[in-house]
Design a protein around this ligand. Sequence first.
Ligand code: ADP
Length: 418
Amino acid sequence: MMNILVVNCGSSSIKYQFIEAETNTRLAKGLVERIGMSGAVLTNTRHDNDTIKLTGEILDHGMAIEYVLAVLLSKNHGVIRDKAEIHAVGHRVVHGAEDFAGSVLITDAVLQSLRDNIELAPLHNPHNIRGIVACKQHLPEVPQVGVFDTAFHQSMEPRSFLYGIPYVFYRKYKIRRYGFHGTSHFFVSNRMAEIMDKPITDLRIITCHLGNGCSMAAVKGGVSVDTSMGFTPLEGLIMGTRSGDLDPQLILYIMGKEGLSLAEATTLLNKHSGLMGISGVSSDMREIETESEKGHDRARIAFEMFCLRVTKYIGAYAAEMGGVDAIVFTGGIGENSTMVREYVCRNLAFMGVDFDPAQNTDGPKERMVTTADSRVSVGIVPTNEELVIALDTMAIVNGEVPPSMRNMKKNNVLDPVE
Ligand code: ADP
C-alpha cells in the first residue's frame, strides 16, 4: 500500500490530506492556519473523526510541516508509527507555466523552474516552493511530486491561448492564457464521463468550477480546449472579490481618475470587485442569495450577473466545441447553490437541457439535475483535487503515466524561434 501526503501550501496556511492511494482511503486530513502570525492553529481529523486542535507559535512552513508530521506520528491521535510509512508527498503547485504539461517528480531542476516562474504567480508559487523545501528537509528520502493547476490546460491551441495584443509580449513576458483549477476540471470531467458510462474521448463537456475563485473549461475528448481564467486567475467569471472579464481600458481610466498605483489597481480588481464590489454586501454566495431574497437590489443584480456570465461561457464553449454533451457543476457554489444551477439551466432549454427541478433541490451529493432523456446531461460532481494529486503521485513514483496525463495530446507551446 502506498501512503501519500498531499500538501497544499498557501501564504499563511497549509492544507493536507494523508491518503492510502490504492484504496482511496483518507487516513487523516488537516489544516495549519496563521503560520507566521500569533496564535497559529493546527487542526487534524483522523479517519475515525478523532479531531485535535493545537495552538502555538508556528513561525514558518518548515515548522508547520514538522507539526503535521508530529501529529501523524503521535501516539494518541496519529495514524502511523514511523516516518517511513509516508511513501511520497504530492504538492499542489499553482503555476507550471509552459514548462509543465503534467505532474512531475520534483528534482532540483524542477524546483529551479518553479523559482523562475515566481513572477507569473507571485501570490502562490513562493508558498508552494516553501512547502516543497520544508518537506524535502523533513522527509529527505521521500519522493516529492508536483501537480500543477495549469497543466491540464496546456493542451489548448494557440488560437485559444494567445491574446489579441502584439505577439512580442508572448515571447518577452510569456503573456498568454494559462488557465487554473486544472486538476478540478480534469477530475470532474472524467467522473462525469464515468457516470454517463461513455468514453470521455467521445464527449464534449463544459465544466463549471464555482467556488471563491470561479472558472470554466471546454473539455473535448478529455482534453481542455479552452478555459475562462487566463494569464492570471482574474479573467472570466465574476467571482467573490474578482471582477472577471472587463473592458481592459476601464481600469486605465479609473487609474487615471483616481490616481491609483499599479498595486492599488491590482487590489481593486482582485479584492474589492466581483460579488463583493457589486453588491456591497458580501463576497459569499450564501449571503448574496439570502439578501437578494430579502429584496436587496444590488445583491440580486450581483447574483444575476454571476449566473449570466456562467451562461454566456456555456454558450461560447458549446459553439467552440460544435455542441455539448454534458455540463458539470462543482466547487462550493456549483455543488451547493440550487439557485445558481436553476438560473443557469433554465436558460439552456434551447440547447437541449431538460432541467429537473426536483433533482436540483435534493438528492445525493453527486447527481444529475436533468431528466433521463435530456439531450445534454447536467450533473453535480463534488471535486476531489487531493485524490488526483495522490493518484498522480503514486503513478510517478511507480514509473507509470499519471492518470491526469492519460489523454494529454501535447504541450502546446509555440516554437520559440519562429
Ligand atoms: P474555495 O474556492 O475557497 O475552495 P469553495 O469551493 O468552498 O471555496 O466555495 C465557496 C463558495 O461556495 C462561497 O461563495 C459560498 O458562499 C458558496 N457556498 C457554499 N455553500 C453554499 C450554499 N449552500 N449555497 C450557496 N452557496 C454556497
